[in-house]
Design a protein around this ligand. Sequence first.
Ligand code: M6R
Length: 593
Amino acid sequence: MCGIFGMIGSGAVDKTLSALKRLEYRGYDSAGIAVKNGGCINIYKQAGMVGQLRKSVPADIVGESVIGHTRWATHGEVSQANAHPFISQHKQFAVVHNGIIENHLSLKYRLQSCGAEFTSQTDSEVVAHLLEANFSGDTLAAVTSTAKQLEGSFAVVVTTAHNGNLYAIKRKSPLVVGVSGNEVYFCSDIRCLSQYAVKVAQMPDDTVAVSAPSGSVAFYDFDGNPVSVKFFTVDAAEDFADFDGDYMLKEILEIPEKIRQAKKGYFADGGLNLTAKVVHRIKRIYLIGCGTAYNSGLEAAALAREMLNIDVLPVIASEFIYDRYPVDNTTLAFLISQSGETADTIRAAERVAETGGFTYAVTNTSTSTLRYACNKFKNICADGEFAVASTKAYNCQLITLTLLLADIAYLKGSIDENVHNKIIDSVDSLSAAIESTLADSYQIARLADEIKDSSAVFFLGRTRDYPTAAEGSLKLKEISYIHSEAYPAGELKHGTLALMEKGVTVVAIATDSALIDKMSSSIAEVVTRGARVICVSPYGFSNATVVKIPVVNRFMFGALSVVPLQLLAYYVAKRLNRNVDKPRNLAKSVTVE
Ligand code: M6R
């Protein structure tokens, strides 16, 4: 997983560095560019972020074409040697790559036996050497035969000393082409192109592209046969917003408005958009995603248990791909992904489709790979989310999934019109409840001071509050680096209680009035052993510091009670001086399995 960019045209060095900065959400442990001028390719690369790379690139350097890369390490440590671009031994080809070359070792051994000298531990370097080995006068032929020899997932942009063209290869990793006059762009994310390109096209899988300094772009399959690809006009609304503060806080504060937007967008796009015939056929629903998107599926499944009489199972995408979850034509799978580019989730969609199920993408990007891999698509309308820690997308995923499941339940007759309408109406009061919770954020900021030095933080919840605990825990650990786990509260006494002692913080979520006594007992068990407890609840608890939230419709509690936890993670990370928007070892979009 990484961000790649390439372009032919004026100001190529500066534009590439700016684009890499915007692509940093995909990886930010090292960055580099290859600048092509005449028959010469110069490489500049660094461990660290794009800002550091910019300092090492001579201000007066000019390139006819430039390729660039921002890295999230998969093969090989974070180092200058492992940073992209990679150049072939005789400096004829330089490449940037996003994805994983699964057969890189066998290719490497073969190339080494023919004299190629490798300088990195990466899987990607093999592509540069392979291009050189395959070259016998025809660059396109070298690119297509290289593409044919690669296994795995790859978006590659190639510059060559032989001519002024840029070449690209694409299979299973995102790659977009943009054009404007005689300028051509390649990029991992369409949103980076909206300020440069007039027309854009998603490169189809198993194609190569050849772009020339005249501004022409031609596409071929791996056998060299021409492929026709449709370009469309760039939507400026897809652009990144420039912002100086912390995106995470900005995105949390946007939640009430984005929830209103998600509901509006849901109905403007026709609601469920499945016929009654299809709905009646459904006997099993999977909610599939990774990380936060999985947690939203976990919460939606808890809500579905109150609405539907069929199996609704949340599954982690990377588990779904390799396990034996049954799928047939009575199966509906919601594939949940903010980016719509998460490799595991896309593979899971393919597995459902291959085995006869119906696939429904729930994403935040209308042009994503996942959207096109699924039968149906619903946009959660959260708008661009740039902090690596997902916040507003979670709340909008929850609202969208709740509306989808309520529509299915209503069409199946398992909830009546009254309950159905109440669910829809309660979205508006949810936004107001979140606004009042955000207004109390000073209390959370104070609590952050108290718990920032905790040796560990455990999040507890029962039934529909457990997914909220899981999401709160994920948020805290990913940006503060404090060890954190989530448990169904009743499970605590079956082992984890051993870890409760002074210095440990427990965050309990208790939104179900019927379970207050049970939660009170769980809190007593940990307090007795020295842990301090914070409880997010509309109700009072004498043995915990309570963060009060308003009472909302029971189907809306998940999207509300997570907000104090998102804020808590943010403030704890700030107190610890973490980079909240770009935490260590993570990236926004995980495009490798
Ligand atoms: O783009 P996706 O929703 O598919 O991303 C899935 C996860 O990688 C993502 O939610 C991740 O867990 C976040 N960093 C959590 O804040």
